[in-house]
Write a new protein. Structure first.
Lengths: 322, 497
């Protein structure tokens, strides 16, 4: 007598065994109690059915490839769009209604007009040495936040590098050779205009950075002006001429030294501040170029970092390397 | 001021500097530098933890010349020290454990960029733990989001690009909602510093002013951080991101990145809005319900998976549900259980991801269970580690997962009656569901098949082995020595208020 029952396959134990072996899904399994002959018959029927189904599917696939998605999918997409729009509209309504409950903008009795703002406005110039209160606020009072914000740019440049950097090899050579397939090469008009404009743009960028503590502007805005100047130079004269003064090596040195000096300066400032020591940074006379202590230097470091990042984005998108 | 207090800002700044230096180094030396920096972080945060335990109080580190409402400051209590130490340890183990995976999955000339990202991720984690200012938190949330995308997509294939795009869209949605919430809160309170906001919020509650914006702010912040930490209905980015990233990235994503957002949410609960206000606005009930749904749905979906990475990923959704269930109980006991589960899940899940890689190596590179059969015999240590991790997730006694389940049950018993029944029943059902897929996976890797995959030249990575031994030890430690840890969490929460 065999130890296995004839209907062994449909027993509970065999199902668990199959499930453990990963042969079939425990939850999806449907037991059937049929005799051998019936099973054969149904198997044949299934086979022919499957063959028919396969033909049908192929045909459908062919149709589907050439035409639009089926009705069901279409309806689903429509419904999806409608629901998504409704959710967005509800969210917008909700936020609009909330805004109408907020205190009126510019009112003197608003909660935001408290002792924090008062000290920034009244004592800002005296304590930071910066005529531009905003620069004094972001680079001195809340220097730690701005340090994080500068590193956001560094992360962004590194992310783009991960995506677009091309490894050494054949592709790199070809990309470098044809880096301007869709643009005119050595356009005389662009070159003449750039010859006038690029020095002016550089000068303006340096002006904005150096006057960050005196007038509106600072490292972030001045750095992006210089970056725009670099991009203009590249698009007029090509990478070969640019790399005479700004190549990967210079880029790395400029960026890394700027960020490292930035971190060193701020660490010193944090350490001295936290321990209550005098930090020996002269604030100078407000209104002079060389005044306001660390702010001027931090503006220069941030400006360098931002200019490098802007140029790196352009170069990476255009030829996949610096 | 003690010397040890300097460790708090140093742990953030050293990582930022490390990231910058790594971008100039070659891959191998960048890795050595990063491991050294993370190891230094482990030591520094351990010092901070013991110092705060020794003094029994918190301390504030002023970042610069100007004190807090005007300048920035960092704050460290014993809870922050514990979580920071835990994050640093897990980071170290997942970097060391995934060395071979990094070499195989990442192109040589990008390896240094990977460590740039790891360093900046580490700095953002430390900053999120130690921050005492909502805007600082937002800045580092931004860094965290971008580095997480990079960690996913650095393994350059189609799947990871799709996963990174999905992650980026969902995560940026979360960041946007968080930013709107923070700016609204600033408009109605006039502060960004956490204790000042809390004082102002309690005044607003007493005078019954700005009730509508406050409710919306609480909702926005909770939903934003729930999206970023993959609570159930917002989990769609998770399986692909965990399933295709390189092993150490997946370990970090599951046990550090989503956990740091949950810790920020707990901080907002206790230090920004105030627990009583949060419970009064019933936001805990909403998080409780979604946590409960997540516990069941994550496990049910995990049962259907035939891919080991996806199984672990869907199990993460269930575990995130547990944590939100604990937060949703709205009591201190529930919060202690949730924070303990942050740790026990972090220790087990990152171990599963690292061990999984060792199993896949000896199975012809396939992640399917039919090919993985017998892999536990072919790579013994990875098999043992996977088993320990799986048992811990199921909740076998002596392991970390069991202890956190006990804490959850204890917290549920003291909760409101309706919540108690729901929580207890779901805990039981979810444990059984966990057992179904994890025990099946364990039996599967120990079924002696596929012996032709055995390669005589194969040597398991030594670094992975060391990391796995430490992981196993950590799991047993959390399971057996849970009392002092839970005590520290409770004491930390008491200082938190």
């Amino acid at each position: 007598m065999s130890r296995k029952r004839s209907d062994y396959r449909s027993t509970f134990y065999s199902r668990i065994e199959n499930f453990v072996n990963g042969r079939e899904e425990f939850l999806l399994y449907r037991p059937t109690g049929r005799t051998e002959a019936e099973k054969l018959e149904s198997l044949e029927a299934e086979l022919t059915e499957a063959a028919d189904l396969l033909d049908k599917r192929e045909e459908q696939q062919r149709i589907q490839d050439h035409t639009e998605p089926r009705d069901f999918l279409k309806r689903f997409h429509k419904l999806y769009g409608v629901v998504a729009t409704l959710v967005c509209l509800t969210m917008m309504m909700l936020l609009m209604i909330t805004v109408s409950w907020l205190p009126r903008f510019g009112n003197a009795s608003n909660p935001a007009n408290n002792e924090v703002i008062k000290r920034y406005i009244e004592k800002g110039q005296e304590e930071t040495g910066a005529v531009n209160i905003v620069t004094g606020l972001i680079l001195n009072y809340r220097g730690f936040d701005t340090m994080g914000e500068t590193h956001v740019l560094f992360v962004a440049a590194s992310c783009v590098m991960i995506l677009l950097l091309i490894a050494e090899g054949k592709e790199k050579v070809s990309r470098y050779a044809n880096d301007r397939q869709l643009e005119p090469k050595n356009d005389i008009i662009v070159q003449k205009v750039a010859g006038f404009l690029v020095p002016a743009v550089f000068m303006f960028g340096i002006y904005v950075i150096l006057n960050g503590h005196l007038s509106p502007g600072g490292g972030f805005s001045g750095g992006s002006v210089i970056g725009a100047g670099l991009i203009m130079y590249v698009s007029a004269f090509g990478f070969k001429k640019t790399e005479r003064f700004f190549n990967e090596h210079v880029y790395k040195i400029a960026k890394i030294s700027a960020l490292c000096f930035y971190i060193c300066c701020l660490s010193y400032y944090f350490y001295m501040g936290a321990h209550g020591y005098d930090n020996h940074i002269p604030l100078g006379t407000p209104g002079n170029i060389i005044s306001s202590g660390l702010i001027l230097f931090i503006n220069i470091f941030v400006g360098t970092e931002v200019a490098c990042t802007m140029y790196a984005f352009y170069a990476l998108f255009r030829k996949g390397g610096l | 001021m003690s010397f040890i207090e300097n460790m708090v800002p140093l742990s953030i700044i050293i990582c930022l500097a490390g990231g910058i230096v790594c971008s100039a180094l070659k891959g191998e030396s960048a890795r050595r530098l990063s491991i050294a920096i993370i190891f230094a972080n482990v030591i520094m945060n351990a010092l901070v933890l013991f110092y705060t335990l020794y003094t029994g109080s918190e301390f504030v580190y002023v970042m610069g010349k100007f004190p807090a409402p005007w300048g920035n400051e960092l704050r460290a209590g014993s809870l922050e020290g514990l979580i920071a130490l835990f994050f640093a340890v897990i980071m170290l183990l997942s970097v060391v454990g995934g060395i071979r995976g990094q070499d195989d999955d990442i192109e040589k000339d990008r390896l240094n960029l990977y460590f740039v990202m790891i360093n900046l991720m580490m700095s953002s984690l430390m900053a999120l733990v130690y921050t005492n200012d909502l805007f600082t938190a937002y800045v580092f949330v931004e860094i965290n989001t971008m580095t997480a995308c990079a960690l996913i997509m650095i393994r350059n294939n189609g799947h990871t690009l799709v996963a990174a795009t999905k992650y980026m869209i969902m995560s940026l949605l979360g960041s946007g909602l968080l930013l709107i919430g923070i700016s609204m809160l600033y408009t109605i309170t006039g502060h960004l510093l956490m204790p000042n906001i809390k004082a102002q919020v309690s005044i607003l509650m007493q005078m019954d002013e700005y009730a509508v914006p406050l409710t919306v702010v609480i909702g926005l912040m909770s939903i934003a951080l729930a999206i970023k930490s993959a609570l159930y209905p917002f989990h769609s980015w998770l399986p692909e991101a965990y399933g295709y990233a390189t092993a150490s990235s997946a370990a970090m994503l599951s046990s550090l990145i989503s956990k740091s957002y949950i810790f920020l949410l707990i901080k907002i609960f206790y230090r920004v809005i105030g627990m009583d206000v949060m419970v009064g606005h019933k936001i805990t009930n909403i998080l409780f319900i979604f946590g409960i749904i997540g516990m069941i749905m994550g496990s049910v979906t995990a049962i259907r998976q035939t891919d080991i990475r996806h199984l672990i990923a869907y199990s993460s959704i269930a575990q995130i549900g547990y944590i939100y269930m604990g937060i949703g109980l709205g009591s201190t006991a529930g919060m202690v259980a949730a924070i303990f589960h942050i740790m026990s899940h972090g220790a087990s899940k990152s171990m599963l991801f690292i061990a999984q890689r060792g199993l896949v190596e000896v199975s012809n590179g396939s992640k399917n269970f039919t090919d993985l059969k017998g892999s536990g015999i072919r790579n013994k240590l990875a098999g043992v580690a996977f088993t320990v991790g799986a048992f811990s997730m199921v909740g076998i006694p002596l392991l970390a997962g069991f202890t956190s389940k006990v804490y959850f049950a204890e917290a549920a018993i003291t909760a409101v009656r309706s919540k108690m029944w729901i929580a207890m029943i779901t805990l039981a059902v979810s444990t059984i569901l966990n057992a179904i897929y994890f025990i099946r996976a364990t039996i599967s890797i120990y079924t002696p098949r596929n012996m032709d995959y055995r390669d005589e030249d194969y040597r398991p990575s030594r670094a992975t082995g060391i990391a796995l031994v430490f992981y196993i030890f950590l799991n047993f430690f959390l399971g057996v020595m849970s009392y002092p840890i839970a005590h520290t969490i409770e004491a930390g929460l008491r200082v938190f208020e």
